[in-house]
Design a binder for this molecule. Structure first.
Ligand SMILES: Nc1ncnc2c1ncn2[C@@H]1O[C@H](COP(=O)(O)OP(=O)(O)O)[C@@H](O)[C@H]1O
Ligand SMILES: [Mg+2]
Length: 129
């Protein structure tokens, strides 16, 4: 069952992250796994605020064989990323910040996938307990 959390200002950003943290604990992630995943999701949610102003997180429990995990889709209808390869490279930022968000997030999760077009962006991350 998917739960959806709006991200459109600092308060909703914080609420969404708290909900993801609760889901991680319920799924059975340990503290370190949970912190890594939450850091990745935090970067994606920051990017939503920064580049698209608004969007949402969709949080879905996932199962494969005897494993459990969590999937988060960070979704927005912003202008999209025109050069994914550049956006995924270390230190590239279109806004003069650190440019570590996307490549950093990718390192912190088990699965990472971006779909983007001029109509918006969805970044899907998954990790397994
Ligand atoms: N949701 C998004 N919508 C549009 N562009 C994005 C989005 N997320 C990331 N980007 C683009 O990808 C670049 C790299 O993102 P990131 O690694 O998080 O670095 P930073 O946010 O510090 O610039 C951003 O500078 C921006 O151009
Ligand atoms: Mg960023």
């Amino acid at each position: 069952m998917t739960e959806r959390y709006e991200v459109n200002d600092e308060a909703s950003f914080q609420t969404a992250l708290i909900e993801v943290r609760t889901n991680l604990a319920q799924t059975g992630f340990n503290e370190i796994q949970a912190a890594k995943f939450l850091t990745a999701v935090s970067e994606l949610a920051r990017n939503i605020l920064k580049y698209a102003e608004r969007g949402w997180l969709e949080v879905t429990p996932i199962h494969h064989l005897n494993r459990s995990g969590l999937q988060v889709d960070a979704i927005d209808f912003g202008q999209g990323i025109d050069d994914i390869e550049k956006a995924m490279s270390e230190h590239y930022s279109s806004s003069g910040t650190l440019g570590q968000g996307l490549p950093g997030a990718k390192r912190l999760v088990d699965e990472f996938d971006i779909n983007t077009s001029p109509q918006g962006t969805t970044v899907r991350v998954r990790s397994w307990v």
